[in-house]
Design a protein around this ligand. Structure first.
Ligand code: ATP
Ligand code: MG
Ligand code: MG
Ligand code: MG
Length: 438
């Protein structure tokens, strides 16, 4: 992508409505724009990041055996009356009337709809286990939308729903999602710690929130320091094998949100020097809720003995759009964003430090062509801005590799490669740059 043809409305000033760094940087970097309180348009740079995050979530859901579908954003109120949640959900639900005065709502979550789909088709235990997910916009009329995409009203969520014959099966499904979440967040360069959590309006008796530690987080959390350094399951983890050892490793050390925190246990289990009490951002949550929805909505399957029983369910959410902000909270410095490579909008930027100089222009064009041909996502800053402004923009938008091309270096056949994550720099020939990044 040539910057001269891209749409990157960078702001010079710090927007005053932004209270936290991720919100400020997303606005300054021209990633998104607020259209109404808690409702955002994703501009091209932000949209690229959102798509990369979404794709990692998708790949790890697929790997764990979940199946993607797509449910609509609008749902019938009557479906929610079946579960009893239409009245219970309260003012966070956006309720809509159509021209026929039918009551609809913009889905804040999808337990009811997926249960309705499931019960229409699945009648036998032989079709279990089943885990269906989608990545779809949700609406919650939050009391206090704030911090940009971190607490929006319209936001993108991955939500998966598992169906099993009994509790033992449901726990296996839960464990698969637990492991998939460990892998998902680690691939994005995040440390997201599973912490025991309250089950809240979804109901049920087993839940973990995945929390990224950050001072600006909205949840208070308590954990053993050692939980921050546990190993992430490898990409060939066997989801059909026994996942219990992984779950055990991650759940034996103390880690809890403030809602379920047990001070006495914390102090007896965790030595004083290992006690972490801080704040965090909830980037995902997993629930096992048993027969809560299958009882009320009659989602029954015939067991091996031919008797109909309600299925045991779980649901598993990831805040896809919130993650964009959470990653910035975890990865930035005074100059701007430092994207982990896996989610960066572009992997590399070519900075032409003397636009109009035939040798420099030629070298940049050649690098751009070669990197693009090798499939590297590269942003070529071919604008007529001065060098200082190009450095600042590349740092602000957080491109992991910056290739600085100027007349002095070129005279020696070299360009400079700067790594955004640690600021390290290296001189090398353009051919070596291509070999390094391709
Ligand atoms: P929170 O405690 O932050 O209000 P929640 O517990 O209500 O979140 P869940 O119902 O668990 O949210 O939804 C799954 C995921 O969706 C959350 O873990 C979070 O990452 C994301 N999410 C929830 N609400 C919002 C929101 N208003 N804006 C952006 N992401 C959200
Ligand atoms: Mg909430
Ligand atoms: Mg929560
Ligand atoms: Mg939650």
């Amino acid at each position: 992508m040539r910057l001269s043809r891209f749409f990157l409305p960078i702001l010079k000033e710090n927007p005053k409505e932004a209270e936290i760094v991720s919100h400020r940087l997303m606005l300054r970097a021209g990633m998104m724009r607020q259209e109404a309180a808690g409702i955002y348009a994703w501009l091209p740079l932000g949209f690229r990041v959102l798509k990369k995050i979404e794709q990692i979530v998708r790949e790890e859901q697929d790997r764990a055996g979940a199946l993607e579908l797509l449910m609509p954003t609008l749902q019938l109120a009557d479906l929610w009356r079946e579960s009893g949640r239409y009245d219970a959900y309260g003012p966070e639900m956006l309720r809509i009337l159509d021209r026929h005065k039918r009551e609809l709502l913009y889905g804040p979550t999808n337990e009811e709809m997926i249960t309705e789909i499931f019960r229409s088709y699945v009648k036998s235990y032989k079709n279990l286990p089943l885990n269906l997910y989608h990545i779809q916009w949700k609406f919650r009329d939050e009391q206090r939308p704030r911090f940009g995409v971190m607490r929006g009203r319209e936001f993108l969520m991955k939500d998966a729903y598992s169906f099993d014959l009994d509790e033992a099966g449901a726990r296996r499904s839960y464990n698969k999602m637990f492991v998939a979440y460990l892998r998902t967040f680690a691939r994005m360069g995040l440390k997201a710690i599973p912490m025991r959590a309250e089950t809240g309006p979804i109901g049920g008796d087993l839940s973990h929130e995945f929390i990224v530690l950050a001072e600006t987080g909205e949840s208070g959390v308590f954990c053993d320091k050692d939980v921050l350094d546990l190993p992430i399951p490898p990409d060939d983890v066997d989801y059909d094998g026994d996942l219990n050892p992984i779950i055990k490793q991650w759940t034996s050390l103390y880690a809890a949100t403030e809602d379920v925190h047990d001070a006495a246990r914390f102090e007896s289990e965790v030595p004083a020097e290992k006690r972490v009490n801080t704040r965090g951002i909830e980037v995902g949550q997993i629930f096992y809720f048993g027969t809560k929805y299958s009882d009320s909505m009659k989602a029954l399957v015939a067991g091996p003995d031919g008797v109909d029983v309600p299925i045991h369910g779980g649901s598993y959410g990831v805040g896809v759009s919130r993650l964009v902000g959470a990653i910035i909270e975890a990865c930035h410095d005074d100059a701007g964003i430092k994207w982990p490579e896996a989610v960066a909008p572009f992997r590399a930027a070519i900075l032409n430090l003397k636009q109009g100089d035939a040798a420099v222009d030629g070298a940049c064009e050649k690098l751009y062509r070669e990197l693009t041909a090798k499939g590297v996502d590269v942003l070529y800053d071919d604008t007529d801005q001065r060098a200082g402004a190009k450095f600042a923009a590349a740092d602000l938008i957080g491109i992991p590799w910056q290739i600085l091309v100027g007349p002095k270096g070129l005279a020696d056949g070299k360009v400079e490669v700067k790594r955004r994550s640690d600021g390290s720099r290296e001189n090398m020939s353009p051919a070596d740059v291509v070999a390094k990044l391709a």
